[in-house]
Design a protein around this ligand. Structure first.
Ligand code: ADP
Ligand code: MG
Length: 229
């Protein structure tokens, strides 16, 4: 895997939820370099989560090419795509998607790529939890017993467990008040820089734009929708 290829490269992407429906995404060309942290903003319903789902391999484009780290992600077989995602992409979902009846340690373990031994996994989980300023005891608590702020940090620990090159984060601050939000953003920027991740962060909250090296408007990406191209 070459290190000079972009983290993300999109070409002529089309996506709609139903065959006859208008497309939700029509992106002619968009790139994100490895060294960048990108803030992608847009109103609710503008297609941000849909795009992240394509980048996470949750859904596939109807047309076009998605390259991640120089690999033709969208044309990999589904098993290769799953493997690639597990090894190279960390995702923090809008609703965190923690499994409520499992402990924090178990939630992280579920995401860990198979190659990891139990000791290494435990060590790395403890490191991440500590970097995210959570007490180590949180590892043994059920996810359902955590506060929203704690769940959010655990979702980040889980996303980083496999040392991904790309970290994708979807509107994580909607549920936080302003001071918790700033503390969370500082922590996220610090840990993603330390982990040397390319960060793609999605929000409708322009107050968060200042944390990022580049800002992108979802409407600009989707320009082809407006001209009907
Ligand atoms: P955002 O994350 O920017 O709020 P979304 O990507 O969730 O936007 O949604 C983009 C558009 O696609 C919206 O019009 C939304 O109603 C529609 N949409 C989202 N998910 C689905 C789905 N599972 N089925 C049908 N339409 C959907
Ligand atoms: Mg969304």
């Amino acid at each position: 895997m070459t290190t000079d290829s972009p983290a993300v490269a999109l070409r002529d992407i089309r996506f709609s939820y139903q065959k006859s429906a208008a497309p939700v995404l029509a992106i002619e060309k968009w790139q994100m370099q490895r060294s960048e942290s990108v803030f992608l903003f847009g109103a609710s319903g503008s297609g941000k989560t849909t795009l992240l789902n394509l980048l996470g391999g949750v859904t596939s484009p109807d047309a076009g090419i998605i390259e991640l780290l120089g690999q033709p992600f969208s044309s990999l077989s589904s098993s290769k795509r799953d493997k690639f995602r597990a090894q190279h992409i960390g995702v923090v979902f809008q609703q965190f998607n923690l499994i409520s009846y499992l402990t924090v340690a178990e939630n992280i373990a579920v995401a860990a790529y198979f190659g990891k031994g139990a000791d290494e996994l435990a060590q790395r989980s403890a490191d991440l939890v500590s970097k995210l300023q959570l007490p180590e005891s949180v590892l043994h608590q059920k996810a359902s017993n955590l506060s929203v702020g704690q769940q959010q940090r655990v979702a980040i620990a889980r996303a980083l467990i496999n040392k991904p090159e790309i970290l994708i984060v979807d509107e994580p601050t909607s549920a936080l008040d302003a001071s918790a939000r700033d503390a969370f953003m500082e922590l996220l920027m610090q840990i993603s820089a330390e982990s040397q991740c390319s960060l793609l962060f999605v929000s409708h909250d322009m107050g968060l734009a200042k944390y990022f090296s580049r800002q992108e408007d979802m409407r600009e990406l989707n320009k082809a929708l407006e001209v009907g191209a």
